[in-house]
Ligand binder design. Structure first.
Ligand code: F6R
Length: 612
């Protein structure tokens, strides 16, 4: 969703901000803009469409500002157009602001300001905020920094903001509540961004702003205070990200790069945690909580989209291995029910970005009822990671493609580790099974690599079905969430309508859809439900459905029954999703490319959904 980049220092701000905004394009947006202070003038340039459209508008201008703020907007209040794009001016055009999030009480504030003579150009809540700051500054005669603080004490909602003033060209003021903000600390220069990707090529020293904190850069120095006016010492951390991980590295799209990265990202999510030869499994972040997990009677898993699918996989794992009752909830539903949570319940929150608003709200609700929260996040330092009592990072590296791929397999890997560790502590698996699972886990990266040998074949299948109008994905057991995930991948990037079902559920309705035009993808690996899935395939073939089956290598029966087969290597049943999902990711990618879709930034979607 919306992206923030701001700079103050000795470099030319404009090209740096434009480059940073391009790095944030993956988050999804519909317009962009920059504000720059040049020759004692504050100017704003903004444009609906891509950052490159904004860039072309700037090419004939001689911009030499050393301070600026830039934004990519994903519309919430007011349609996507040039006027509603950020930055926004104050009434006297001396201040400018960029903002991620939503100011919920903006209408009341706006009404009050209109009565005082303020004139608004846009339909946004953000413009109201900067007018409000200006109003406080003028009425109280206080500093800009204090006016920002006083205004934020009044607003309800979520925000990450950066404010600048033409009267103070050596100052940038930023604040956050519920929307992330990272500050890069260079030599005599500072970078502000909604995630670390625009900063990484300039500095690895960063400060993650916490909720209710206001950061001020003045005269080359950074200070941080709480909204209640207490000073804080900035805590500088080292970024562990490498520049190459946020570039395409020769691939056509980030999505395909990230699909092919999975042998490494899965290995990274196990690195330092699993040593099969020593029968060692330890997740540092959970060490103090493993007894609590093992003793728990119920685990509630919350997440959205692909992360929710990883949660469904985990449900099977915890029940099968650790014999713990698990409920998996859409975070958006959970937060608005009155869920029954008891003090010894464990809530596992799964999120790639660590910023999903619904998941964050679900955590807060569960926390308020006394539950212990484990975060399984990919983005280090993200809001969900910090709101959790304990957790484990997935270490998949930055995921730029909007469609989640390597984050899913990393989530499943980490959840598998947690389930095995819990089962071991609880004594619900034998020593032999424990050791066997660790050995098998270490073979997964190589087995995923093996699936890639089928890429050309998957491409041919994609070609045949490029213009299909619908798809059905069917699986049982651990492959049921994989079917859901396959259908989600296809619909979000190719815009083909696709549904995932438990295969046995088909005869309760979806079977009516089957005819010779309906492609049906079966997850039909050799596992405990193999015979059942064979029957389901027969049911579809009897109605002339066109079947693509994901099978275990060496299967001789299913290839005689179906139209297309894609083999995956044999793995322990518990680990099946880690290999069976790979062909589905590739299939949706190739179909989307053949349909000419914008694979990395599909329409209407955002990488990190920070509004509910
Ligand atoms: C699908 C996808 C989304 C996300 C969902 C949750 O490919 O990317 O469905 O999985 O928006 O996002 P996170 O995991 O960041 O909480």
């Amino acid at each position: 969703m919306c992206g923030i980049v701001a700079y103050i220092g000795n470099r030319e701000a404009c090209p740096l901000i434009i480059k940073g905004l391009k790095r944030l394009e993956y988050r999804g947006y519909d317009s962009s803009g920059v504000a720059l202070i040049e020759d004692s003038e504050l100017n704003i340039y903004k444009k609906k469409g891509k950052v490159s459209d904004l860039e072309s508008q700037l090419t004939d201008k001689n911009l030499n500002a050393k301070i600026g703020i830039g934004h990519t907007r994903w519309a919430t209040h007011g349609e996507p157009n040039d006027v509603n794009a950020h930055p926004h001016f104050s009434n006297d055009r001396k201040l400018a602001i960029i903002h991620n999030g939503i100011i919920e009480n903006y209408a009341a504030i706006k009404q009050n300001l209109i009565q005082k003579g303020h004139v608004f150009q846009s339909a946004t809540d953000t413009e109201v905020l900067i007018h409000f700051i200006e109003d406080i500054q003028k009425e109280t005669g206080t500093s800009l920094e204090e006016a920002v603080r006083l205004a934020l004490l009044e607003v309800v909602g979520a925000y990450a903001i950066v404010v600048m003033s033409v009267d103070f060209p050596d100052q940038l003021i930023a604040a956050r509540k519920g929307s992330p903000l990272v500050i890069g600390v260079g030599k005599d220069e500072f970078f502000f961004a909604s995630d670390a990707t625009p900063i990484i090529e300039y500095t690895k020293d960063v400060v993650y702003l916490d909720d209710y904190e206001v950061a001020v850069v003045r005269d080359g120095k950074l200070s941080i205070q709480n909204l209640d006016n207490t000073q804080k010492v900035p805590y500088i951390q080292k970024l562990e990200m490498e520049l190459e991980t946020i570039e395409k590295g020769g691939y056509d799209h980030f999505m395909i790069k990230e699909i092919f990265e999975q042998p490494r990202s899965i290995a990274d999510s196990m690195r330092g945690r699993v040593r099969a030869d020593e029968a060692h499994l330890q997740l540092g972040g959970l060490a103090n909580y493993i007894d609590k997990l093992a003793a728990s009677e119920r685990i509630v898993i919350v997440g959205c989209g692909t992360s929710w699918h990883a949660g469904l996989v985990a449900e099977y794992l915890f029940e099968e291995l650790a014999r713990i009752n698990v409920e998996v909830e859409y975070a958006s539903e959970f937060r608005y029910r009155n869920p029954v949570i008891k003090e010894n319940d464990i809530v596992i929150a799964i999120s790639q970005s660590g910023e999903t608003a619904d998941t964050l709200a679900a955590i807060e609700l569960a926390k308020s009822k006394g539950a212990t929260i484990f975060g399984v996040c990919n983005v280090v330092g993200s809001s969900i990671a910090r709101a959790s009592h304990a957790g484990a990072y997935t270490h998949a590296g930055p995921e730029i493609g909007v469609a989640s791929t390597k984050a899913f397999t990393a989530q499943v890997t980490v959840l598998t580790l947690i389930a095995i560790a819990t089962a071991k502590r609880k004594g619900t698996i034998s020593e032999e099974t424990y050791r066997q699972l660790l050995v098998e886990l270490e073979t997964i990266p190589a087995k995923v690599e093996q699936v890639f040998e089928n890429a050309a074949k998957i491409k041919e299948i994609a070609f045949i079905f490029t213009y299909a109008r619908n798809f059905i994905y069917l699986g049982r057991g651990l492959n049921f969430p994989v079917a859901l995930e396959g259908a989600l991948k296809l619909k979000e990037i190719s815009y083909i309508h696709a549904e995932g079902y438990p295969a046995a559920e088909m005869k309760h309705g979806p079977i009516a859809l089957i005819d010779e035009d309906m492609p049906v993808v079966f997850l039909a690996t050799k596992d405990s439900s193999y015979e059942k899935i064979v029957s389901n395939i027969q049911e579809v073939k009897a109605r002339k459905g066109r079947v693509i089956a994901i099978v275990t290598e060496g299967d001789t029966l299913i290839p005689t029954m179906v139209d297309f087969v894609i083999e995956v290597p044999k793995v322990h049943e518990i680990l099946t999703p880690l290999v069976s999902v790979i062909p589905l990711q590739l299939l949706s990618y190739y179909i989307a490319v053949m349909r000419g879709r914008n694979v990395d930034q599909p329409r209407n979607l955002a990488k990190s959904v920070t509004v509910e």
